[in-house]
Design a protein around this ligand. Structure first.
Ligand code: ADP
Ligand code: TRP
Length: 331
């Protein structure tokens, strides 16, 4: 039997090129060897996004983005977290096995407390229970589907370890392996994609190249990439230029070598380097953009895909909850 790989995607912003190389491409690849379950973690987003129009459009955009990026809903069970009520029942069960101290140690919560302390505000200012108990909901997402591996970025490893702790606490109490203890899988080889300003591309830094923007906007954004003041004639070091780092993600080995040689030879200005980058990015994202627009233009089809995913996921979820209800004495 194939192992189960599961991951959640939080719809909190427009998908960008960093998400594509860091999350979408590797996850689509992983789905070839695992029984993959990928879902839109819409209730996790609620902690941050309180505007209903924005939340609902982000859910659709991010779902369409994954489909446009190659997720095949016939191979992957693809659903919305909110369509699986068993997630929330399992969350309640897990709460009883989650030490409060464990939540106190969660990075995201600790960072918010630290920020408050630095601002000399009350240490809990602006922190809701959704943020505080975020790792329990995430543990329920994972444990509900007997997941073996959870592909995530480094920042999420702690949350997966908390899911392990919670599963072990429950299994220990009932002296039975009721829940599968999951492992995080971090793709170490996935490069950190640099943003327009050279820092990690991230929506929190406002330095992203969104994946599906129209061609003319894509060109404008690439032209805005920050460069140094080296003149046209000066030889340039490709490895220290984020324009070249981005180029490498999209270009063939021959194209990479040819452009690196031109950087080193001198005679190529930053404008030309940016144009070369635009050409390769646009070549790769054009078919993605077309698929994305087609999916967004057919909301019924998108709803159907997500509903079919939920229909496949719910019986699995119901079995896990039934198993637990029986074991805990709430039958
Ligand atoms: P953001 O930093 O824009 O808020 P998220 O934290 O929502 O992005 O990340 C979603 C997924 O995309 C995660 O798996 C994360 O590791 C990946 N990712 C985000 N930005 C990058 C980047 N610049 N390079 C590589 N992977 C990234
Ligand atoms: N917390 C994850 C993030 O911020 C999203 C997520 C929610 C998730 N539930 C999950 C990831 C379950 C993996 C498994 O990116």
């Amino acid at each position: 039997m194939k192992k189960i790989s599961l991951t959640g995607i939080k719809p909190t912003g427009q998908l960008h090129i960093g998400n594509y190389f860091g999350a979408i491409k590797p996850a689509v690849e992983l789905a070839k060897t695992y029984d993959a379950r990928y879902f839109i973690a819409d209730y996790h987003s609620l902690n941050l996004i309180k505007d209903p129009k924005q939340l609902s459009s982000l859910i659709r955009e991010v779902a369409a983005g994954w489909l446009a990026g190659g997720l095949n809903p016939d191979e992957v069970i693809f659903y919305r977290q909110s369509a699986i009520p068993e997630v929330f029942e399992l969350t309640t069960i897990l709460m009883a096995f989650t030490a409060k101290g464990l939540m106190n140690r969660a990075h995201a919560y600790k960072a918010s407390v630290q920020e408050n302390i630095e601002k000399q505000s009350d240490s809990d200012a602006g922190i809701n229970m959704g943020l505080y108990t975020y790792p329990v909901l995430m543990a329920a997402d994972i444990l509900l589907f007997d997941s073996n591996v959870v592909p995530v970025g480094r920042d999420q490893v702690q949350h997966v370890e908390m899911a392990q702790d919670i599963a072990q606490a429950l299994n220990f109490n009932y002296k039975k392996d009721l829940l599968v203890v999951p492992e995080a899988s971090v793709q170490e080889q996935v490069a950190v994609v640099p943003g327009l300003d050279g820092r990690k591309m991230s929506k929190s830094y406002n330095n992203t190249i969104p994946l599906f923007i129209p061609e003319n906007q894509l060109k404008k954004l690439i032209m805005r990439i920050v460069t140094n003041s080296q003149g046209v004639d000066e030889p340039k070091d490709p490895e220290s230029s984020q324009i070249y780092q981005l180029f490498k993600l999209f270009a063939s080995a021959d194209e990479q070598k040819a452009l690196a040689d031109r950087y080193r030879a001198g005679g190529m200005g930053w404008g030309e380097a940016k144009d070369a980058l635009f050409q390769v990015v646009n070549r790769e994202v054009t078919p993605l953009r077309e698929r994305f627009n087609a999916i967004m233009d057919d909301p019924k089809k998108l709803d159907d895909i997500l509903k079919q995913g939920a229909d496949k996921a719910r019986p699995i979820a119901a079995r896990t909850v039934a198993r637990l209800r029986k074991a805990i004495g709430i039958d």
